[in-house]
Design a protein around this ligand. Structure first.
Ligand code: GDP
Ligand code: CA
Length: 320
């Protein structure tokens, strides 16, 4: 079975760990979000790709959910002593090595997809990890700061401001000119199942779908498309997805996120049992829906979510 997953960072990575357990024989291709990428200290940092790579490769800091385990922050302290920031973005010493290798390879002319493959040679995540594009795409958020309307980098909004001011718009800058990375459209076209993990629907899955050709390939794929809601009980389980959903005019509820993707993309949608009341509304939108526990409390609970998603895909395929 060939499975394609469009993934952001923490939500996507944790789900993938469960999926690998649920479908050990499957060939899994992950199309990762690169809209969160940022250049810091002259280095190219790809937070979502790295979260997937470290989580599946056994190098993640489990508690934080990002960055390396057993980490120290001495390089950052030294940079700060020179007055060089930003101080609000956490980059650990072990993590720095990844960004140095990546930046060095990019400077030597390798595309991000080849660099990601090379980094994965070390981590062996057990999936094929592809960036959504080799081109530069950066998510910017329009906010009002000190009475002035401005666009800031997504990381500045999310990490520095902790999404504390309303987002007026979310723009994946560069997406319109971007091309899907080699292998992305082929994997989607050849998939038996396409999954949207409980990743952020706007700044993770939404950004991937904004790369011209990807949304169309998913919509036209022969494979069933099944998603899992990142919104449980009308709030994000973790993070501030409600803030960016508001920016695109979508209420923070499991049903509204399903409608936002729409029946043109989604064949099936899983909501948490606390949102069982939303099932009828999702089905009225032409999307098969089931309510099951969606808390990724451990790998087994997550594997069970993945099994149900694959079952729902199977039902769609069989036209039951
Ligand atoms: P990010 O790039 O690190 O923000 O990660 P993603 O975009 O992949 O995932 C973020 C989303 O995961 C958030 O909107 C959370 O609500 C969701 N999430 C995190 N943990 C869980 C969980 O245990 N269950 C569900 N259903 N969603 C979760
Ligand atoms: Ca992210």
């Amino acid at each position: 079975m060939r499975i394609v997953v469009l993934a952001g960072g923490i939500g996507g990575a944790r789900f993938l760990r469960g999926l690998k357990k649920a479908a050990a024989e499957a060939e899994i291709t992950v199309v990762g979000n690169t809209g969160d990428d940022i250049h810091l200290f002259g280095l190219k940092v790809c937070p979502d790709l790295d979260t997937v790579m470290y989580t599946l490769g056994g190098g993640i800091d489990e508690e934080r959910g990002w960055g390396r385990e057993d980490e120290s922050f001495r390089v950052k302290e030294e940079l700060a002593a020179y007055g060089v920031g930003p101080e609000w973005f956490g980059l650990g010493d072990r993590d720095f090595a990844t960004h140095i290798v990546r930046t060095q390879m990019l400077a030597a002319g390798y595309p991000l997809s080849a660099v990601t493959e090379a980094l994965c040679d070390r981590w062996k995540p057990g999936v094929r990890l592809l960036p959504m594009t080799d081109d530069r795409v950066e998510t910017h958020v329009a906010v009002e700061l000190d009475g002035e309307r401005k666009a800031i980098h997504f990381q500045e909004y999310w990490v520095r401001l902790r999404a504390s001011v309303p987002a007026h718009a979310v723009v994946p800058v560069g997406a319109e000119q971007a091309k899907p990375a080699p292998g992305v459209l082929e994997a989607i076209g050849a998939a038996d199942v396409i999954l949207f993990p409980p990743s952020n629907p706007v700044v993770s899955v939404g950004t991937i779908l904004a790369v011209p050709g990807i949304r169309e390939a998913v919509a036209e794929a022969g494979a069933p498309v099944v998603g899992l809601s990142p919104i449980v009980g009308d709030a994000p389980v973790r993070g501030m997805a409600d803030k960016v959903l508001a920016a695109v005019g979508v209420e923070s509820s499991a049903a509204a996120v399903a409608e936002h993707y729409g029946a043109g993309l989604l064949d099936g949608w899983l909501v948490d049992t606390v949102d069982a009341g939303a099932v009828a509304r999702v089905e009225a939108a032409g999307i098969r829906c089931r309510a099951v526990p969606l808390m990724m409390s451990d790998d087994e609970a997550t594997a069970e979510m993945a099994r149900v998603a694959l079952e729902l895909a199977q039902e769609v395929r069989a036209g039951e």
